[in-house]
Ligand binder design. Structure first.
Ligand SMILES: Nc1ncnc2c1ncn2[C@@H]1O[C@H](COP(=O)(O)OP(=O)(O)OP(=O)(O)O)[C@@H](O)[C@H]1O
Length: 660
C-alpha cells in the first residue's frame, strides 16, 4: 500500500479529506464517512494494495490515441453495430438531465460516446469522452472499471470514486455479456455534477441495466439469427414485446445457446437434475413439459402465436413464442459482404469482424502482386487456405501456386529446393540438376509457410531475389528472371526473433508489405459457419454416398471447445467422428474425447494461446493423457510430429523415458 506522502498544495480541502478517508480505510479504521457499498470499499483496497495507486497523486483522464481507438472499436464492431439504436434511445432520455453516455469494451476503453458538444472541453478533461480509458487499474474505483471487475451493475457516486479528480462525477454502469456470459462491454451514464444523495442515482441504475440487457439480447438475436429462437416470459402480454428469455434451438429441440435469463433457467434445471454426462445440454422438452412439435407449430397453429408450457424445475408457467430463422439462401450463405467479394474469398468466413477485415484487405490486394503479403495467425488457422484464396481470386490464378513449408524441409536442403541447381552442382544431386521452387512459381504465387524457420543465411539470398526479381541456381553462372508474387506466413513472433537476431529486419519489412492477421478459431464469431463449412468439405471429399447430419449436441460441444489447434484440429475431429460413426447422425458421443470439455451454461474464460497455438499446460497434459504417444498428440492437435517435438523443446518438456 502506498504510504501517505505530503498532499500537493493545489488540492482543494474536499479532495484532501477524500484522500484521508482512503488512507483510513487502508489502515483498517472504521470511519463513518467511508462509502457504505462493500463493492466500493473492496475496490478502494484493490487500488491501494493490488494496483498500488497513489491517492495523493490524482491523475488526469487518459484518452487513447486515434489509431488505438480504431483497433478497440474494430474488435467490437459487431456489437457497436447492434448497440447503436439502443445507445441513441437511451441518450435521448438522459441528455436533458445533463448526463452523457459511454459504451466501453471489456478493457474499459470508451468505444462509443454521446454527450453535449457544448461541454466538449469539460467532458474531455473529466474523461467522459470517446477513447477514455476507465480500467480500474489505471483510473481507480469508477463505475466502468469496478463494474468490469465485479461483473455487476454499479453506481459510483461522487466521493465513491478513488481518484480525487473524479469526485464531482456521478457514474452508473451495467455490464453487457456475450452469449457465453463473459462481459464484452459496459454501458455507462455519467454526469459532471449531481445532487449529493446517493439515492438520486437509483433510477439511473434501473435505466442503464435495462438498456444493457436490451443491447445484450439484440446482440444474441443477431448472433443466432440463423437458428430457431424461442422467446419466453412469465407474462402472456409481454412475450412478444419484451420476452426476457431467449433460447436458440435446433429443429429437434436441442438447445444451442441462451441469453442470461435462459442460461439461468438451464443452470437451475441442471442443478436439480445434474446431467448424466458433462457434455449433455438438455433438450427444450426436458426443460419444459412440452413436445417439440408443439413448439414448432406455435406460429401456424395458434392465433396469438404463443403457447404456455410449464418449466419442470419449478412448475412456473412460461409463455413461449417462436422466431423463425433468417435462413440465407445457399448461394448467399456467407454474408452481406459476399456480393462484392470473389468466391474464393467469400468462402473464408461469414460475419466475423476479424475475418471480414482479412477478406476486405485481401480483396484490395488480390491483383497487387508487387505488395508482398504476410499472413499471421496461430497454427491451423487457415493461413495456407487464405494464401491460396488470394491467389485464386487474383489475376495470377491461371499461374502456378507453389507452397513451401520452410519448417518441413531439412535445413541443408532448403537452398537447393528453393533455388534449384545445375547438373553436377554438388555430389548427391540429380544428374540433370533440378528446377527450384522459386523458378517454378514464375507467373504465379510463391507461398512460403513458416517463414520464421528460414535459416539466416538463406534469408539474405531470399532478400536478393525479392529485390532483383531473379534467382541464381546453385552451380549456375547466369541468373534467371522470375516474375512471382510472394506470400509468406508465420505463427511465430517475428518481432521477438528480430530482437534476438534470428530474423533479418530488412527482409521482414520487405515481406510485410501488408499483413493479414487470422483470428484463432475460439475467437471467431462465425464459428458455426466454420464448423458447417469444414463438415461439408469433408463430406464432399469422401468417396461415400452417405452424407450424415451433424446433430445439435455435437454442434454445441464444438462451439464450446477452445480449439488450440484451430481449424485443422476441428477438421481432424470431424473427420474422426465421420470415420468412426456408424449412424447417419454425428452426435456428441462421436467426437474425440478431448473436444468434450465444456457445457453451454459454463463460463470458461479461455487462457490465451501462445504463439504456437497452445495454452501452456495443454501440450504437457495431452502428452500425459496419450501416454507420451507423439503421433497421437499430433493427430489430436492437428499438427505434424516435428511440430510437437519442436514445441516440446521450446517448452522444455522431456518424456519420462528420456530423462536420465
Ligand atoms: N476457411 C476454411 N474453410 C474450410 N477449411 C479450412 C478453412 N481454413 C482452414 N481450413 C482447413 O484447416 C486446415 C489447416 O489450414 P491451413 O493449413 O491453411 O492452416 P495454417 O494456418 O497454414 O497451418 P500451419 O500454421 O500449421 O501452417 C486445412 O486442412 C484446411 O483445409
Amino acid at each position: 500500500m502506498p504510504t501517505q506522502s505530503p498532499l500537493p498544495a493545489r488540492l482543494q480541502s474536499v479532495q484532501r479529506q477524500h484522500i484521508e478517508h482512503i488512507f483510513q480505510l487502508g489502515e483498517g479504521l472504521e470511519v463513518p464517512q467511508l462509502p457504505a457499498q462493500p463493492t466500493i470499499r473492496r475496490s478502494w483496497l484493490r487500488c491501494l494494495n493490488e494496483y498500488q495507486l497513489d491517492p495523493t497523486q490524482p491523475r488526469p483522464a487518459r484518452v487513447v490515441p486515434q489509431q488505438i481507438l480504431i483497433e478497440h472499436r474494430e474488435s467490437v464492431d459487431e456489437l457497436l453495430h447492434v448497440a447503436r439504436a439502443g445507445v441513441d434511445q437511451l441518450y435521448q432520455q438522459i441528455a436533458q438531465l445533463g448526463y452523457v453516455l459511454l459504451l466501453t469494451d471489456h478493457r474499459g476503453i470508451t468505444v462509443e460516446f454521446r454527450g453535449d458538444p457544448n461541454q466538449d472541453q469539460q467532458l474531455r478533461k473529466a474523461g467522459l469522452y470517446l477513447g477514455a480509458d476507465w480500467d480500474e487499474r489505471f483510473a481507480g474505483t469508477c463505475a466502468v472499471g469496478t463494474c468490469l471487475h465485479d461483473r455487476q451493475a454499479i453506481i459510483c457516486h461522487r466521493q465513491e470514486h478513488f481518484d480525487a479528480s473524479h469526485i464531482s462525477l456521478t457514474c452508473t454502469a451495467a455490464p453487457i455479456a456475450d452469449p457465453q456470459g463473459n462481459v464484452m462491454a459496459v454501458l455507462d451514464i455519467s454526469a459532471l455534477q449531481s445532487p449529493t444523495q446517493h439515492e438520486s442515482q437509483n433510477f439511473s441504475l434501473s435505466l442503464v441495466t435495462l438498456y444493457a440487457r436490451m443491447i445484450e439480447d439484440a446482440y444474441f438475436l443477431q448472433r443466432y439469427r440463423d437458428c430457431l429462437m424461442v422467446r419466453l416470459d412469465t407474462s402472456r402480454e409481454f412475450v412478444h414485446v419484451n420476452g426476457r428469455g431467449l433460447i436458440a434451438i435446433e429443429e429437434n429441440g436441442q438447445m444451442i445457446a441462451a441469453n442470461a435469463v435462459g442460461r439461468d433457467l438451464i443452470s437451475e434445471h441442471q442443478r436439480r437434475w445434474p446431467p448424466w454426462s458433462d457434455h449433455h445440454t438438455p433438450m427444450l422438452g426436458e426443460l419444459f413439459e412440452c413436445e417439440i412439435a408443439d413448439v414448432l407449430s406455435i406460429n401456424s397453429a395458434t392465433d396469438d402465436q404463443l403457447r404456455a408450457f410449464r418449466a419442470r424445475v419449478d412448475n412456473t408457467i412460461y409463455f413461449i413464442s417462436l422466431l423463425e430463422p433468417r435462413r440465407p439462401r445457399p448461394a448467399q450463405q456467407a454474408q452481406p459482404l459476399a456480393s462484392s467479394l470473389p468466391e474464393p474469398l467469400v468462402r473464408l468466413g461469414a460475419d466475423d469482424p476479424a475475418m471480414r477485415k482479412v477478406q476486405k484487405l485481401a480483396e484490395r490486394l488480390r491483383n497487387e502482386a508487387s505488395v508482398n503479403v504476410l499472413i499471421s495467425g496461430e497454427t491451423g488457422t487457415g493461413k495456407e487456405v487464405v494464401a491460396r484464396a488470394l491467389h485464386d481470386s487474383g489475376n495470377r490464378s491461371k499461374g502456378p501456386f507453389i507452397a513451401v513449408n520452410c519448417a518441413a524441409i531439412p535445413e541443408a536442403l532448403i537452398e537447393s529446393e528453393l533455388f534449384g541447381y545445375e547438373a553436377g552442382a554438388f555430389t548427391g544431386g540429380r544428374a540433370k540438376g533440378m528446377r527450384g521452387l522459386i523458378p517454378q512459381a514464375h507467373g504465379g504465387t510463391l507461398f512460403l509457410d513458416e517463414i520464421g524457420d528460414m535459416p539466416l543465411a538463406l534469408q539474405t539470398r531470399l532478400l536478393r531475389v525479392l529485390a532483383e526479381r531473379e534467382v541464381m541456381p546453385l552451380g549456375a553462372n547466369k541468373p534467371e528472371k522470375v516474375d512471382i508474387r510472394v506470400i509468406t506466413a508465420t505463427h511465430r513472433n517475428i518481432d521477438a526473433m528480430i530482437q534476438q537476431g534470428e530474423f533479418r529486419e530488412d527482409l521482414y519489412y520487405r515481406l510485410n508489405g501488408a499483413q493479414l492477421r487470422l483470428p484463432a478459431l475460439r475467437d471467431r464469431a462465425d464459428k458455426l459457419y466454420v464448423i458447417r463449412r469444414v463438415f461439408d468439405d469433408i463430406i464432399k471429399e469422401r468417396a461415400s454416398s452417405q452424407s450424415p447430419r451433424l446433430r445439435a449436441d455435437a454442434i454445441s460441444a464444438l462451439l464450446a471447445y477452445a480449439w488450440p489447434g484451430n481449424i485443422r484440429q476441428l477438421k481432424n475431429a470431424l473427420a474422426f467422428a465421420l470415420a468412426t460413426s456408424e449412424s447417419d447422425e454425428i452426435t456428441v458421443h462421436d467426437l474425440p474425447e478431448q473436444c468434450l470439455s465444456q457445457r453451454i451454461t459454463q463460463q470458461s474464460p479461455h487462457k490465451p494461446a501462445d504463439a504456437h497455438g497452445n495454452t501452456d499446460h495443454t501440450l504437457l497434459e495431452m502428452l500425459k493423457s496419450q501416454h507420451w504417444n507423439i503421433s497421437a498428440v499430433a493427430r489430436a492437435l492437428g499438427v505434424s510430429r516435428p511440430t510437437i517435438y519442436r514445441q516440446m523443446q521450446r517448452q522444455g518438456i522431456m518424456p519420462p523415458n528420456w530423462q536420465g
